[in-house]
Design a protein around this ligand. Structure first.
Ligand code: IPM
Ligand code: MG
Length: 380
């Protein structure tokens, strides 16, 4: 990113705890904006409704205004969608349909979900410490294909003979492009890639493995192994440190990413980036809308804030800002500050709310940026 540019972001708070965690991330964003302005880089943003909030405001989960604003933006930061009050709606009218359609409309086919233990949160994992030490996985989930989108999908018949069909379909090109993203990521990491499929049963998986093996020839420096998804589910619990980059299709990735959240024991701090070849990236915490704790100022905003860091890295091309935001998160954790979900009731810990967590991260970021500026005004 060069001087004199303005980058327009779109915030989609959504439902449940979405608005609270996005508000906290916005506090951090304000700090970044004030600093970047001095470097000649302008950031601006606007909020739009999606999901249940959009159903209430505009009658559908992805209103045209929201879609157009997202398409025109440099990047999109989303909170969460869904809630029990919209559970009875038809499938295409549900809040989740808004999110899934947005992913497809933005062609963000590669969903990056990093899972690692943040310093101070090692004890959150339900697994024995020696078991998870050094865990550092990047899950690359295909996001715009597979059974989420395949046709036909339908219901038919009457009780007691009702039927339903979903279709898992993949075109070679869809597999190839996300495989390239995963191989490039592996190259920047430890050079190991595990591709996950169900080749012993599914046609799509047989194609998946063939295409991944093809793509692998272009990355002789990356070591590749294949795992079946059922066995992978077990290995992620038995030997999570064994893995570097994990590549898989849409639904397997949905399931395995929640499993990784369970393994690290703090879903609230997990971030994600969804990227395509061009156009805006979509950034969202991995946690859902958690309606049971919404509006209580107890939700963990660190997943949203770390998603903002991924946005800085991948969409704004400001990796140093990304590192600074991550550093600020580590700093507040080092200070013992915790939201309720990651508190362990240890000495030196202080439980704070969503809003305050946002403020404390923003403060830590401001301090860091301030000291850097003294050293080098063109740091970014
Ligand atoms: C996720 C979520 C979504 C998905 C839902 C909310 C549609 O579970 O991002 O993991 O299934 O992709
Ligand atoms: Mg999920």
């Amino acid at each position: 990113m060069s001087e004199g540019e303005t980058h327009q972001l779109v915030l989609l708070p959504g439902d449940g705890i979405g608005p609270e965690v996005i508000k906290a991330a916005e506090t951090v964003l304000c700090t970044a904006r004030d600093y970047l302005r001095r470097e000649g880089i302008e950031l601006s943003w606007e909020a739009r409704p999606i999901g249940g909030a959009a159903i209430e405001a505009a009658g559908k989960p992805l209103p045209d205004e929201t879609l157009f604003a997202a398409q025109a933006a440099k990047a999109v930061l989303l909170g969460a969608v869904g809630g029990p009050q919209w559970d009875r709606l038809a499938p295409h009218e549900r809040p989740e349909a808004g999110l899934v359609s947005l992913r497809r409309a933005l062609s963000v086919y590669a969903n990056l979900r990093p899972a690692a233990l943040l310093p101070g949160l090692e004890g959150r994992s339900p697994l024995r410490p020696g078991h998870v030490q050094g865990l550092d996985v990047l899950l690359v989930r295909e996001l715009t294909g597979g059974v989420y989108f395949g046709e036909p999908r339908a219901r038919s018949g009457e009780r007691p003979d009702r039927r339903a069909v979903d279709t898992m379909a993949y075109a070679e090109g869809e597999i190839r492009r996300v495989a390239h993203v995963a191989f490039r990521s592996a190259r920047r990491r430890q050079g190991r890639l595990t591709s996950v499929d169900k080749r012993n049963v599914l046609e799509t998986s047989r194609l998946w493995r063939e295409v991944v093996e093809d793509v692998a020839k272009e990355y002789p420096d990356v070591s590749v192994e294949h795992q079946l998804v059922d066995s992978m589910a077990m290995l992620l619990v038995l030997r999570p440190q064994m893995f570097d980059v994990v590549l898989t299709e849409n639904m397997f990735g949905d399931i395995l990413s929640d499993e990784l959240g369970g393994v690290v024991g703090s879903l609230g701090v997990m971030a994600s980036a969804s990227l395509g070849d061009e156009g805006p990236g979509l950034y969202e915490p991995v946690h859902g809308s958690a309606p049971d704790i919404a509006g209580k100022d107890v939700a963990n905003p660190l997943g949203a804030i770390l998603s903002l860091a991924m946005l800085a890295e991948h969409s704004l091309d400001l990796p140093l800002l990304a590192r600074a935001i991550e550093g600020a998160v580590k700093e507040v954790l080092r200070q013992g500050l915790r939201t309720r979900d990651i508190a362990e009731k240890r000495q030196g810990e202080q439980v704070i709310g969503t809003r305050e967590m946002g403020e404390r991260v923003a403060d830590a970021l401001a301090q860091d940026l301030h000291s850097r500026q003294a050293l080098n005004a063109t740091y970014f």
